[in-house]
Design a protein around this ligand. Structure first.
Ligand code: PXG
Ligand code: PLP
Length: 436
């Protein structure tokens, strides 16, 4: 594929696009663990695309399933009519996710899943007559996509600043990042269960009967892999249960094997009332998300005359046939190849290789869990973000795709990564850190 000769017309998402247009990094094809650039260079994918290509690139079984489906039933609405694959997939997700999660609502992205989860929480209390329960509690540094609900409950200032008044009735827990107590922790940091106690302050402030839900990522991914302190998620669960507040886990990144268990909820042994999914659901081949809810939540909606719509929400492409086919084929691969637990097998090598970078220049913290990792760098005085961005460009030149957020490098390779590829990822990163 020749490079486009004019890069101006595409308004790029989340990019330094003026810099990009001067020195474009264009990917033409992909297979397994590697991208290929338009000029033929191989790039080791250290980020599974954007935390999403969990099964590795261009798996022929997924491609074939999508193509076959499009030849048979290209599109069918799931509003008032429906197609069987969506029901099959919902049943499959019911069987895979924790037993209390029994119904799946389909979306097309993580942002839609996050906003749908928040709407379900509010509408659930509305259906129960608890109309005062509208407050949604997110967390500082939380990422829940870019729609208005997600940026309101989310806690990333740059994602909110330019966008005017946000959703009312949102507030935030503090983030759990604590370099003074927890730097260079391996796996879950020891200190910080107290960050969960801040929910008591918010309960005191608003009254428990005004708070609909607390929404957190089990591990904050986008903001730089913030692993929850020991006991933290358990404490949040306990406080939510005591106060009748729904707990929403945004598992858009932690879902589908990232931590070495099918879902983050399995890893931590803490079960939410609502779970938001996307990304790994189809290994990113076709955009798709899902929101899992409990039977009790579903039942609250099932009242009134049977000819009336119960939940006034849905997308044209909710449960799109091609997306359902992609999800089925992806989950087939996960099950057949044991990918949802593979991060457990690689975890020690991953952790040791990552933490061995501690002696490199600029490194102020290293964090890891499952096949997620972060290397936090000291910012250049007066130029935050620049050091990590330099690392990103240097790594790309050396044939490795990493992701950066602020001055943190984040890593999350496809779950098929081999041991020698883990070594290559870290040796390249070592060279990059010495170069920049
Ligand atoms: N929730 C979480 C926890 C996510 O990580 C979303 C929701 C939104 O998903 P969509 O499909 O609408 O993008 C995400 C997405 C980054 C980065 O820089 C991370 C995401 C998206 C874009 C960039 O790490 N995560
Ligand atoms: N805008 C208009 C004018 C529409 O008609 C629709 C859907 O019918 C949408 C937005 C929403 O699109 P989607 O259902 O793909 O989210």
């Amino acid at each position: 594929m020749p490079p486009p000769n004019d890069l101006d017309a595409f308004f790029m998402p989340f990019s330094a696009s003026r810099q990009f247009r001067k020195t474009p990094r264009l990917l033409a094809s992909a297979e397994g663990m590697y991208y290929k650039t338009v000029d033929g260079r191989s790039i080791l994918d250290g980020t599974a695309g954007l935390w999403c290509v969990n099964a590795g690139h261009c798996r022929p079984e997924i491609t074939a399933a999508i193509a076959d489906q499009l030849g048979v039933l290209d599109y069918a609405p799931n509003l008032q009519v429906a197609h069987p694959l969506a029901f099959d997939l919902a049943n499959r997700l019911r069987a895979m996710t924790p037993p209390n999660l029994t119904q799946a609502f389909f979306t097309n992205s993580g942002s839609e899943s996050a906003d749908t989860a928040m709407k379900i929480a509010r509408a659930y209390f509305h259906a129960r007559g608890e109309t005062e329960r509208t407050i949604l509690i997110g967390r500082a540094r939380g990422y829940h996509g870019v729609n208005y609900g997600g940026i309101s409950a989310g806690g990333i200032p740059n994602n909110k600043e330019a966008f005017g008044p946000l959703l009312p009735d949102t507030d935030h827990l503090p983030d759990t990042h604590d370099l003074t107590r927890n730097s260079f922790s391996r796996g879950q940091p020891e200190h910080g269960i107290d960050f969960a106690d801040h929910l008591e302050v918010l309960i005191e402030k608003y009254g428990a009967d005004r708070i609909a839900a607390v929404m957190v990522e089990p591990v904050a991914g986008s903001t730089g892999v913030l692993v929850p302190p020991v006991g933290y998620l358990e404490r949040l669960r306990e406080l939510c249960t005591q106060n009748g507040i729904l707990l929403i886990f945004d598992e858009v990144i932690t879902g589908f094997g990232r931590l070495g268990t099918p879902f983050g909820s399995d890893y931590f042994g803490v079960t939410p009332d609502i779970m938001a999914l996307a990304k790994g659901l189809t290994s990113a081949t076709i955009p798709m998300g899902a929101v899992m809810v409990t039977q009790e939540i579903q039942d609250a909606f099932m009242q009134g005359p049977e000819h009336l719509i119960e939940f006034f929400h849905g997308y044209t492409y909710s449960g799109h046939p091609a997306a359902c086919a992609a999800a089925h084929a992806t989950i087939d691969i996960y099950e057949r190849d044991g990918l949802l637990t593979r991060a457990t097998k690689l975890g020690q090598q991953w952790e040791d290789g990552l933490h061995a970078l501690a002696d490199c220049p600029h490194v102020i913290d290293i964090r890891n869990i499952g096949l997620m990792g972060a290397v936090e760098l000291a910012s250049i005085d007066g130029a935050p973000v620049k050091r990590a961005f330099n690392a990103f460009r240097a790594a790309f030149d050396k044939g490795v795709l990493i992701r950066t957020t602020g001055d943190t490098i984040a890593l999350s390779p496809p779950l098929i990564i081999r041991r020698d590829e883990i070594d290559k990822l870290f040796s390249t990163l070592r060279a990059v850190l010495h170069e920049i």
